[in-house]
Design a protein around this ligand. Structure first.
Ligand code: C2E
Ligand code: MG
Ligand code: MG
Ligand code: MG
Length: 288
């Protein structure tokens, strides 16, 4: 079975034994090839402002267009590369592709912000900030348009490196998010020293809080803490109107989840945003 406590390498091997005979090394080679030959693509999931019920941003989520498995989801193969240098190649590809897609959206009249997920190992690499700047200069987008999501383990892997990276990105104007907050061993003291724009509260807390008073108390304290740090909160994985109303009532600034939309290719996203822009209520709410 798959335990979060296992290291990346171990995890990848266990995972591979579940899906077939392919070794982690073979899988890494295939992923690298996919990155280099256009075998990956991005889908985008909207984030909605809870007060205005309008999309404020989108999150880029990678998919592998796999010759055998079709639309192959990242949870199935990310463990094989999260501890290898390929995570760097992936992250750079994702940033570039996401910013190219954002240009398309801006041309279509949607000035939306885009977030990308960056693996912890990539985030703490010494050349990370420079490589983001290089892509920005090459494509000519404003730093403010790119939001970078990292999970809390980036803060643990290499504390000094992580905090200097946070500060350097913040100074340049990139937005920063802590992803899956509350899922791991949330280190609040460490978080307090970093310039974080968004705290994305893990779906397990959002769903749990709705049903359990004790988890609800934790959710309230996360939102209070975020506010006092000057960070906005995003409730991840809202699926029902009850969860939407509950998370909004608790004070979450933004909402993201299947209730509004699943991740979709950029063309479908443009249509979704068009419909949303012309509606007095969001498309998903209309159809209820
Ligand atoms: P994440 O960044 O926390 O992304 C949220 C995941 O939850 C996405 O799964 C999304 O499709 C899913 N989700 C969104 N709303 C709901 C909902 O209402 N209910 C449920 N049950 N799930 C919901 P996905 O796309 O399979 O991605 C899984 C994880 O893979 C991501 O978690 C992220 O950690 C990682 N990932 C995805 N794209 C990238 C990438 O480009 N680079 C890196 N390094 N990691 C990525
Ligand atoms: Mg994310
Ligand atoms: Mg998350
Ligand atoms: Mg996640």
């Amino acid at each position: 079975m798959f335990h979060a406590k296992n290291g990346g390498k171990n995890r990848a091997e266990i995972f591979n034994s579940e899906i077939g005979t392919q070794s982690s090394a073979e899988m890494r080679r295939d992923i690298l090839e996919a990155i280099e030959t256009g075998g990956l693509f991005l889908e985008y999931q909207p984030k909605v402002c809870s007060r205005r019920q309008k999309a404020t941003g989108v999150e880029a989520l990678v998919r592998w267009n796999h010759p055998e498995y079709g639309r192959y989801m990242p949870d199935r193969w990310m463990p094989a590369i999260s501890n290898s240098p390929i995570i760097v190649a992936l992250g750079e590809w994702v940033i570039e592709q996401a910013m190219l897609d954002q240009k398309k959206l801006v041309d279509l009249g949607h000035g939306i912000f885009t977030s990308v997920n960056i693996g912890s190992r990539h985030f703490v690499a010494p050349e990370f900030v420079e490589s983001v700047d290089r892509i920005r200069d090459k494509l000519g987008f404003a730093a403010e348009r790119l939001e970078i999501e990292v999970t809390e383990d980036a803060l643990f892997t290499s504390e000094d490196r992580a905090s200097s990276t946070f500060k350097a990105l913040h100074e340049r104007g990139y937005r920063l998010s802590i992803d899956d907050f509350g899922k791991g061993y949330s280190n609040i003291a460490r978080l307090a020293r970093l310039p974080v724009d968004f705290i994305k509260i893990d779906r397990s807390i959002i769903v749990g809080a709705y049903e359990d008073e004790r988890i609800c108390a934790i959710l309230k304290s996360i939102i209070t803490m975020a506010k006092s740090l000057g960070a906005k909160t995003v409730a991840e994985g809202v699926e029902t109107i009850e969860q939407v109303e509950f998370a909004s009532k608790m004070g979450a600034d933004c909402l993201q989840g299947y209730y509004y939309a699943k991740a979709m290719p950029v063309e479908a996203l443009a249509e979704w945003l068009d419909t949303e822009a012309n509606a007095s209520v969001p498309p998903r709410l209309q159809s209820l």
